[in-house]
Design a protein around this ligand. Sequence first.
Ligand code: AMP
Ligand code: MG
Length: 399
Amino acid sequence: MTPWTAARFSAGPLRAPEGMSTRLRLRVDGNFLPLFADSFPANDLRYGPAAIREPVRPPRHCEDTVSKIDLATELEAAVVAVRDAASVCQSVQNDLVNAATLEKKDRSPVTVADFASQALVCSSLSGNSKIDAIVGEEDAADLREAGAEETRDKVVEHVRGVRGAGVSATQALDWIDLGGVDPDDSTERYWTLDPIDGTKGFLRGQQYAIALGLIEHGRVVLGVLGCPNLPGPDGQLGCLVSAIRGQGAEIRPLNGSGRDGIGAIRVSDILTTAEARFCESVESGHSDQGQSAQIAAALGITEEPVRVDSQAKYAIVAQGQAQIYLRLPTSKQYREKIWDHAAGMIVVEEAGGTVSDIRGHPLDFGHGRTLDNNAGVIATNGPLHDAVLKAVANFVDVG
Ligand code: AMP
Ligand code: MG
């Protein structure tokens, strides 16, 4: 069993030994390995920074639907927004891992970071993007209630830390509410934002993502995932993966500037399922882990699943570090949210992979805030997709 496949991203000791650049460590067969990108074997994909590979060719089918807006400019606007939000999330998580909050199971830090992240993304987009509709996971209604003063003050303080001391509380709350758009058929283009995807991972000091996708006429055309605890191409923790429809997927350091250090990423070219690794949610309530174990066995997969919170799973598949991502419904009622998949899906597709629901249907972003016509998600490197769908149909009631 390779170390990577047995690995769970996991919080290391609460205090870093002297000289360590991060507290995060990788747990392998019960042992902790440092999760320092600079200590990885540079050429070993299983551990390391994403490979910089040849750019991916544009897919065949997109000429008729090429966007009328300047997606390259919108991408850089989205990158700036996600980087601002990530800086706040990183500082809150760093404090959190040191604090007693982990033991108390206190969720308030993630609440603060969630709102501050949405405020920063929305304020940044309102200045830099031509698209003004934002469908965010959060709104400020609760923060405006009496009794929410303590949380509200902390949110405002974090927003001021990035935007300056002159930001009023009203302004910060109004920025959050810019993300309150409810899309319908008349909303041609909109951003969809998960300010902290993987809140449980965030609280555990593990993986989470700031996810921003752009939907145009019901189709995802651009996506950015900021993953503060995944290694980047520079060997440091923190990567930002992104894609524009038809132009391939890219990775750059999260804590960098502009396009510095950017490179193309590509999915794995493995052709047989027995060689594959799969990833899934840490939370068994978000994906049926019993069924995934049966499916993996039927596919001849011997490696342990890579369990990671958030859309970091899509980033891992897009970089070729796993070949399959299974998200198997735990209830018939649950509808996946658009902000949980828009950015991740386009990144995998543009890295050469395939994404569908458990029936093999494309994810349909034309129904407002949820993926009403879909159940679960399967993402693969492409060549393995049909075999995975067949195995899923044998163990899951795909309706
Ligand atoms: P993950 O980190 O991949 O487990 O996914 C986190 C996301 O799961 C959150 O952003 C929630 O929106 C979403 N979620 C919440 N409940 C469920 C559920 N029952 N099934 C699938 N996803 C869910
Ligand atoms: Mg989410």
